[in-house]
Design a protein around this ligand. Structure first.
Ligand code: NAD
Length: 533
């Protein structure tokens, strides 16, 4: 099916006033028209395995999708190379590319409710959160467009009679491999800067949540992105994602996902000598000092671990509490966790939605059960909710675990669910040793009234992002990266676009004279003889 027939068979997404033609669930969410993959500007039935999409709130299959094949990867990459050349995308002036990105941002915003509903259906997240993610994706496109228009190349200080320049060029075709926990935001964080930089992008969305990426493709198409610059290939990571990373014409991979997958992709990048950005897992400490505003700290810690049902790379899953207030704070945290409303993401009262899938929920439960068997104390949660109406869904109660040492698996392994461990600490030195005793280094939260303490801990902790008396606040203008096994490279920020470009140096002679070594041997050596100074 061509893009024309897609556009003709469904309401135009870009128009906020477009009527949603009937009340049928699937039509409202455009699932009928998205039941195809997007390869090089063409909607087509994927030749790969059938993917059943399951609503985690009910465990019902709500849609079926035919995934991509490795042949689709070849087609998408070839189409991307051709599109970059034929559409003149890479040669367009920055403000011309920015105009398209602005239109995509606007179209995402106009469709925020539709995107939110689709993402809630696919991932179980609350509507409040998925709507915020959609708006954040719109903001990412707008910010990137604006940043693109302000980027400058440099005239570098010469050391001879020449002009020296440092410039940036697109890479060509970039692969974006994304996880299921915040699909629209992960997609935007890669697609916007990669396109801004003048590249084509092939997105490999996660099997558990492919729909929003397909909807984004349709939005980009209708917003006027030249065909072929974006492809979306749902399918298994080990075939489609692997083929994308290995493809000789893919010049960069930007990956967000688990550390073990990131390591495999890192090996492929090393073989190809290809740049790669890795945004990986975490086991982030949140730290409460005795002088902290405890209302603020308790609310922040609960939000930091239990929002998104803990399925967040930056979840504050290790809670360090100064020993003098440990018992009192733990009591408050447990009370707070027990009062959180667990339910479907579509219910506006819900604070903790289902996990993404029963298989994932069962994995989380196994880790908690293992720690219980090893002697940990489960202070609350530690089970699926008993409510009859939640039995079919992938629910798990907010869980707090005590009586464990930081060295134990429950404190060292990423759980990616609503599970926090609470650990006492004595002083700053003890705290830093424990907080940094992790293979991960993604984020950290510090709760204290003393800005000097906050400063010292913020500098000493090995984490890419530190929040002081707040948590999970994000600005697209602020770079994001993981330390240690939490990642490699940086996303977001003004320079995020640069990570999708190659840097080139150009030297232009201003002397008009032959270089003395070969051309004017009778002349005394001048500065050009010394090529490096
Ligand atoms: P995952 O690593 O299983 O999958 C991520 C993506 O990689 C999916 O699209 C998957 O299909 C693909 N993939 C899997 N195996 C592959 C392979 N061999 N080759 C190529 N692609 C492959 O991760 P997930 O379960 O989808 O997501 C959860 C993880 O993502 C957590 O560890 C979380 O911390 C991490 N995450 C990190 C950030 C960050 O910014 N640091 C943000 C969100 C999620």
């Amino acid at each position: 099916m061509s893009t024309d027939s897609i556009a003709g068979s469904a309401p135009r997404l870009i128009d906020a006033d477009a009527p949603i033609e009937n009340n049928k669930f699937k039509t409202e969410l455009c699932l009928d028209t998205l039941d195809e993959i997007y390869v090089g500007g063409t909607w087509t039935r994927g030749g790969g395995a059938v993917i059943d999409s399951v609503n985690p709130a009910t465990s019902e299959v709500f849609a079926t999708l035919h995934g991509a094949t490795t042949e689709d990867v070849d087609k998408a990459v070839a189409a991307g190379l051709k599109a970059v050349e034929q559409s003149g995308w890479a040669r367009k002036l920055p403000h011309e590319r920015a105009a398209v990105l602005h239109r995509i941002g606007t179209a995402i915003e106009l469709n925020a409710d539709r995107i939110a509903a689709l993402q809630t259906l696919d991932t179980g997240k609350t509507l409040a959160e998925t709507r915020a993610l959609a708006l954040s994706a719109a903001a990412t496109f707008r910010f990137t467009a604006s940043a693109l228009e302000t980027m400058e190349d440099a005239v570098t200080p010469p050391r001879g009679n020449y002009l020296s320049l440092s410039t940036y060029e697109p890479i060509g075709v970039v692969g974006a491999i994304t996880p299921w926990n915040s699909p629209i935001a992960s997609d935007a964080q890669k697609v916007a800067p990669a396109l801004a930089a003048g590249n084509a992008v092939v997105v490999k969305p996660p099997v558990w949540a492919p729909w929003v990426s397909l909807l984004l493709a349709r939005i980009c198409d209708e917003a006027g992105l030249p065909a072929g610059l974006l492809s979306v290939l749902p399918g298994p990571g080990r075939t489609v994602g692997d083929a994308l990373a290995r493809h000789p014409d893919v010049g960069k991979i930007s990956f967000t996902g688990g550390t073990s997958t990131g390591r495999q992709l890192g090996h492929i990048a090393a073989e190809k000598i290809m740049p790669i950005t890795l945004e990986l897992g975490g086991k982030s400490p949140t730290i409460i000092f005795a002088d902290a505003d405890l209302d603020q700290a308790v609310a922040g810690v609960l939000f930091g671990i239990f929002s998104s049902s803990g399925q967040s790379c930056i979840a504050g899953s290790r809670v360090f509490i100064q020993r003098s207030i440990y018992a009192a704070v733990v009591e408050r945290l447990v009370k707070g966790a027990e009062s959180l409303r667990v339910g479907p993401g579509t219910d506006p009262r819900t604070q903790v939605g289902p996990l993404v899938a029963l298989a994932h929920r069962d994995g989380v439960a196994r880790m908690v059960d293992d720690s219980r068997e090893s002697g940990a104390r489960i202070l609350c949660g530690g089970a699926a909710p008993a409510d009859q109406e939640l039995q079919a869904g992938a629910y798990y109660l907010p869980t707090i675990i005590a009586g464990v040492a930081n060295s134990e698996p429950i404190c060292q392994e990423e759980i990616f669910g609503p599970v926090a461990v609470v650990l006492p600490f004595d002083d700053e030195a003890d705290l830093i040793v424990q907080a940094n005793d992790s293979v991960f280094g993604l984020a950290c939260g510090i709760w204290t009234a003393d800005y000097r303490v906050a400063w010292r801990i913020a500098r000493a902790v090995s984490a890419g992002t530190v929040w002081v008396n707040t948590y999970k606040q994000f600005s697209i203008a602020t770079p994001f990266s993981g330390f240690k096994q939490s990642g490699l490279g940086t996303e977001k920020g003004r320079d995020g676009i640069r990570s999708y470009m190659r840097q080139k140096s150009i030297y232009v002679d201003l002397s008009g004279a032959p270089l003395p070594w070969a051309g004017a041997l009778s002349e005394p050596a001048d500065s050009n003889l010394h090529s490096e100074r």
